[in-house]
Ligand binder design. Structure first.
Ligand SMILES: C[S@@+](CC[C@H](N)C(=O)[O-])C[C@H]1O[C@@H](n2cnc3c(N)ncnc32)[C@H](O)[C@@H]1O
Length: 391
């Protein structure tokens, strides 16, 4: 999990290191984050100071510290990296611009992690549904227990989480939450009746219709999606061009025949192609984005996210770690077109210069800058993009 600029994020969002204002009012004002935080690169002194704290490996954290003493790495991630309201504002704006004619109600969040975006999508309109897909079953289970329950009583019937690979989505398996299983099945039956009696499309791949097979996405009755998204630079997890094209074909297949969009994000700039360490301070923890050396032959780097908990005097090192291929904008455009998307649009914004971040405390530079659709954009120290493929 991880992201780019928005005000803070799990980064992969270096975003976390770039600020944007959360727009509670809707379309257009993108990112934000409600945390009072500042970020800067770590000085030598700070690094030494932090070395004195006890270290906890991110993978062990959940088992070793089940108590409230140490917050979940997923919670820390959501607080520091993600800004779902801003993303949703842009998703709505893009749908209105490039499809229009109806409200987007059905979302698929690929590489969803804890599916915070899907939960926020459902929370704000009871007609909405969401499908989440991820390889990390621990993150999906955490979502079941900590995010869906905040949606409301019908959250479990409007959200379907699948454990699997975006390259083989039909083989992905439904994640079930035991205490809610009964309620969920009742709700699904009701939902199925609605879907079947509705003239609206739903997707159900060919094959057996035995009840057990409903566990697989391939046999699961779902409304055709209006929007498919892949945020926090998740497409960089795919390293081969052929994988990217295949993934985009699957995204296109999930979209409604009445029109739909695929939206992903990407970061770049000169500072993205070198070793870099940035941190952002929150009231009770510090979030660190560590970017390893950048291999220009394969265009690969490793991103690690660490959390330093001041009160507990503990560090969760490598809470999240990703091997990424940093795709270029034209590569993404070519692959989307090859997969069958009709048109591709770039929305960019310059992010705060990483050299300035060393000196900056609190929100300041860049907070009011919005994304704009552009055809040309001169290289910067740091930029962030939404890429929209129109089906
Ligand atoms: C950078 S995180 C993004 C999480 C979330 N979308 C967000 O905005 O914060 C990337 C996620 O992609 C998942 N992932 C990586 N490769 C995947 C694949 N081939 N299929 C499904 N999920 C994958 C990881 O488990 C991780 O949760």
């Amino acid at each position: 999990m991880g992201k780019r600029d928005k005000k803070q994020r799990h980064q992969p969002r270096r975003a976390a290191f770039h600020y944007t204002e959360e727009d509670e009012e809707g379309v257009g004002d993108g990112h934000y984050e409600g945390h009072s935080a500042s970020k800067h690169t770590l000085s030598e002194e700070e690094e030494e100071e932090e070395e004195e704290e006890e270290e906890v490996d991110g993978k062990e954290e959940a088992d070793e510290y089940p108590s409230n003493d140490l917050p979940s790495k997923f919670l820390l991630y959501q607080q520091s990296v993600q800004s779902p309201k801003g993303d949703i504002s842009y998703l709505q704006k893009f749908f209105l611009m490039y499809v229009g004619g109806r409200l987007p109600l059905h979302l698929q969040e690929d590489f969803c992690g804890t599916a915070l975006l899907s939960a926020e999508w459902l929370r704000t309109d009871t007609r909405r549904t969401a499908v989440g897909l991820d390889l990390d079953v621990e993150a999906l289970n955490w979502c079941m227990e900590n995010n869906i329950n905040k949606v409301g009583a019908d959250g479990y019937s409007r959200m379907s989480l699948f454990h699997g690979n975006v390259l083989q989505p039909l083989e992905a398996k439904l994640v079930e939450f035991e205490p809610q299983e009964l309620i969920r099945k009742v709700s699904l039956t009701e939902n199925k009746d609605n879907l079947e009696s509705d003239e609206g499309e739903s997707t159900l791949a060919e094959g057996s219709s035995s009840p057990n097979d409903e566990k697989y996405l391939r046999n699961h009755l779902l409304p055709a999606r209006d929007i498919v998204c892949a945020f926090n630079y998740s497409c960089c997890c795919l390293h081969q061009r052929s994988e990217l094209v295949l993934y985009f074909k699957h995204a296109l297949d999930a979209l409604s025949k009445k029109g739909g969009i695929f939206v992903m994000d990407l970061y770049g700039g000169t500072s993205s192609e070198c070793k870099l360490r940035l941190q952002r301070r929150f009231s009770n923890f510090t979030y660190v984005w560590e970017q390893a050396e950048f291999d220009i032959i394969e265009r690969k780097t490793r991103i690690s996210l660490h959390f330093h908990l001041q009160k507990q005097q503990k560090k969760i090192r490598h809470a999240f770690s990703y091997s990424w291929r940093l795709w270029s904008l034209p590569e993404i455009k070519d692959c989307l077109e090859e997969a069958g998307f009709q048109s591709v649009h770039f929305w960019l914004r310059k992010m705060q210069d990483s050299r300035d971040i060393r000196k900056t405390e609190g929100f300041g530079v860049g907070r009011d800058i919005k994304y704009e659709e552009i055809k040309h954009f001169q290289q910067q120290d740091s930029w962030n993009a939404y890429i929209v493929g129109v089906a």
